[in-house]
Ligand binder design. Structure first.
Ligand code: PXP
Length: 243
């Protein structure tokens, strides 16, 4: 049976990294959203980090007004972020672990260690019609915990897979595949992301039952040479096995 087309969520954080690094009004995030959607993005993702290093509060509110596909707000499990999410009402909230000094989101959420806080957050956001996704490692115990607290979606961390040289990826790929099948049996929706690029995305996109891939850094890097629309079209083709 053909896997239904895996959704592509385009993470636009690094459009605003470029803006913030010089304090300029450009590049324009809203224009990036428009181009991404024209190029076929199924959703727009942005991460409002505690240190506001790229996406700013105003970006989140303004983006909510213009996104026509779906909005996925990545955020830490803090009271501040919970209250912003409830005001913004994105379609999805992906809860991620966050440490100020990290270069990017470096590991999955410790759901088991913070079960009650995670349960409260899932419940609170769900009451506002926000679908919650938990960004976790491909680990069955963590997946069981996500199901136990009624998170509808998980996003599996593909960073370790992406960091491995191609000849050593098979084992990690199998771990992600098995985790996906385990989560699907529990009724969870399974997304994945982190470190994906046109050379490593296909193997993740063909995992049976995969719903969505969230991809940012490599798309923005490719956009430097081929434009944002070109980079998104190329990623879509790579996911579909056409490049
Ligand atoms: N998914 C999550 C939960 C993330 O935190 C990130 C990075 O912001 C991504 C996906 C996208 O990762 P990358 O920028 O490496 O494509």
């Amino acid at each position: 049976m053909q896997n239904k087309q895996v959704r592509l969520g385009v993470n636009l954080d690094h459009v605003t990294t470029l803006r913030q690094v010089r304090g300029t009004p450009y590049p324009d995030l809203q224009e990036a959203i428009r181009i991404s959607e024209v190029a076929g993005a199924d959703g727009i993702t942005m991460h409002l980090r505690e240190d506001r290093r790229h996406i700013q509060d105003a970006d989140v509110y303004a983006s909510r007004q213009v996104i026509q596909s779906s909005m996925n707000l990545e955020m830490a499990a803090t009271a501040e972020m919970q209250s912003i999410a409830i005001k913004v009402k994105p379609d999805y909230c992906c809860i991620v672990p966050e440490r100020r000094e990290e270069l990017t989101t470096e590991g999955g959420l410790d759901v088991l260690g913070h079960l009650s806080r995670m349960r409260d957050l899932v419940t609170a956001l769900s009451e506002h019609d926000i679908q919650v996704s938990l960004f976790i490692e491909a680990n069955k115990k963590v997946i069981d915990a996500a199901a136990e607290i009624a998170a509808p979606i998980i996003e599996l961390h593909t960073g370790h897979y992406a960091d491995l040289p191609e000849e050593h990826r098979a084992e990690e790929l199998q771990r992600i595949d098995e985790a996906t099948q385990h989560a699907l049996k529990l009724g969870l929706i399974v997304n994945a992301g982190h470190g994906l690029n046109v050379s490593n995305v296909r193997e993740i996109a063909v995992i049976p039952g995969m719903n969505e891939l969230n991809i940012g850094h490599s798309i923005i890097a490719d956009a430097l040479f081929m434009g944002l629309e070109g980079a998104i079209l190329r990623m879509r083709a790579a996911m579909d096995g056409e490049v």
